[in-house]
Design a protein around this ligand. Structure first.
Ligand code: URA
Length: 206
């Protein structure tokens, strides 16, 4: 499926605010939400529609609506930063959570919590803002596949080539939409230039 890197002027504008180390948590959260609208718009750009009958104040007409229900799975905790925008644009979305912790020594994912709604015959959006090594995202995608998902799009804010390559290798059927493709990972598996620790910056735990 491959990776889509957004190239909209608003995307660059919001992303630069997120990258700036002087951006305070409140602005960081609001800007993440604004960026999430753009990511979601791109992620749903080929969503299937179905016709239905409606009446305008003037005549009978045909409306169009999303044909498949949508599920969003927030990878804890940074994925929570994207969830408000998804609920706002798709109010009947069902929301699940995937709790995975990064082992700071090895960067391997360690599961601590999952709660998923029904995934069958649904479009599943996996919200994982930082695609670094790809360990957390590929783990989350594996878990939603085990739960029955087969139509999956991942929404990321920043990706590293290492994580993108891992997703392409392990989950070639999953489309990844990201606001940026950065240069590389540092020795601590942080994305460079990146924006630091997304969870810490969203939740003021620096
Ligand atoms: N997770 C983050 O929050 N930031 C990174 O740079 C990598 C993983």
């Amino acid at each position: 499926m491959g990776i889509t890197v957004l190239d909209h002027p608003l995307n660059h504008h919001y992303l630069s605010i997120l990258r700036d180390r002087t951006t305070e948590p409140e602005e960081f959260r609001n800007t993440t939400r604004r960026l999430a609208y753009l990511l979601l718009t791109e992620a749903t750009n080929s969503a299937e529609l179905e016709d239905y009958s409606l009446e305008t104040p003037l005549v009978a007409a045909t409306g169009r609506r999303l044909a498949r229900p949508v599920v969003a799975v927030a990878v804890l905790r940074a994925g929570l930063g994207l969830i408000d925008a998804v609920i706002d644009l798709i109010p009947d979305v069902a929301v699940g959570y995937a709790g995975v912790q990064r082992d700071e020594e090895t960067a391997r994912p360690m599961e601590y919590y999952t709660k998923f709604p029904d995934m069958t015959d649904r479009t599943v959006l996996v919200l994982e803002p930082m695609l670094a090594t790809g360990g957390s995202l590929s783990w989350a995608v594996e878990r939603v596949k085990q739960a029955g998902a087969d139509d999956i799009v991942a929404l990321c804010v920043v990706a590293a080539p290492e994580g993108a390559a891992r997703m392409e290798r392990i989950h070639p059927d999953v489309r990844v939409v990201t606001a940026a493709m950065d240069s590389h990972l540092n020795d601590h598996y942080y994305i460079v230039p990146g924006l630091g620790d997304m969870g810490d910056r969203l939740f003021a735990t620096l």
